[in-house]
Design a protein around this ligand. Structure first.
Ligand SMILES: Nc1ncnc2c1ncn2[C@@H]1O[C@H](COP(=O)(O)OP(=O)(O)OP(=O)(O)O)[C@@H](O)[C@H]1O
Length: 257
């Protein structure tokens, strides 16, 4: 069953000079699938993720998530839909620096006014799964980048969203921390069945996905599926990126496995 479908999506940024960032994008993501989005810089990856995550509106086409067209909801209903059904992870972590790790993770439940005992139990459960139990009392400036991203992932997953949307979650991390973060995302995808959509430049990160979709100049270019071997999938990703073009540095293939 498809959890998410984007049908014939187009996006034109209007301004002094209008720019067509996406055209004719059709993308279906099955329940429980982990899909990567790759492509050269400026190809429209973040624009597509922003449409799917309802942060921005497509100029044409339709998005459906769990049977719902989120853009037909009222402003307040859309805010609630986003908070309940979606989880977000960004390159810059976007943690609140005055709060502890625990308070950051708890934030979505606080906004939903959940009972305190339930919140504590849920934080302990997710912190355990993400290996950050020992840092729950720390402030965000006392933790490493990898720990900060795990905290952000815990915050994104604590309310058990239907879809986790991640934009370059390993972009600020060294290869070891990046590997840890990707292993965690893959584990949560496989064990909890959370559907995930990941924008990344990093072929090693993308190789944790079930499928990678490639975008070029705002249009779908190709897609490949992971077979039995992640190493072979990684190599297929590298090969496809080199055929697509873009600067070598841009994709910075770091082999961490
Ligand atoms: N708000 C905006 N107004 C006008 N043009 C925009 C806007 N946001 C993005 N664009 C343009 O749309 C295109 C796609 O941008 P987008 O950020 O989606 O690319 P990307 O593939 O995520 O790039 P990168 O890998 O560098 O982050 C780019 O040419 C960009 O300049």
């Amino acid at each position: 069953m498809n959890l998410l479908t984007a049908s014939n999506i187009g996006k034109v940024y209007s301004g002094a000079i209008s720019f067509e960032a996406l055209a004719n994008i059709d993308l279906s993501v099955a329940q429980g699938e982990f899909v990567g989005i790759m492509g050269p810089s400026g190809s429209g990856k973040t624009t597509l993720l922003n449409m799917v995550s309802t942060i921005d509106r497509p100029t044409s086409g339709e998005i459906r998530i769990a049977g719902e067209n989120p853009f037909q909801l009222s402003y307040d209903q859309l805010a609630l839909f986003r908070r309940r059904e979606l989880g977000f992870v960004f390159q810059a972590y976007n943690l609140l620096h005055k709060l502890t790790v625990k308070e950051n993770i708890m934030m979505p439940l606080v906004l939903d006014a959940q009972p305190i005992a339930d919140m504590n139990r849920r934080v302990e459960e997710i912190a355990e799964k993400l290996g950050i139990t020992s840092i729950l009392g720390k402030r965000t400036y006392e933790i490493s980048g990898g720990q900060a991203q795990r905290t952000a992932i815990a915050r994104a997953l604590i309310h058990r969203p239907k879809v986790l949307l991640a934009d370059e979650p390993t972009g600020n991390l060294d290869s070891r921390a990046a590997k840890g973060v990707m292993e965690i995302l893959e584990k949560r995808n496989k064990e909890d069945g959370t559907t995930m959509l990941l924008v990344t430049h990093d072929p090693a990160a993308a190789s944790h996905c079930d499928r990678v979709v490639f975008i070029k100049d705002g249009r779908l270019y190709n897609e490949i599926h992971c077979g039995d071997s992640r190493a072979a999938f990684y190599q297929k990703i590298i090969d496809l990126l080199s055929v697509m073009g873009g600067s070598e540095n841009e994709f910075s293939p770091i082999r961490y496995s």
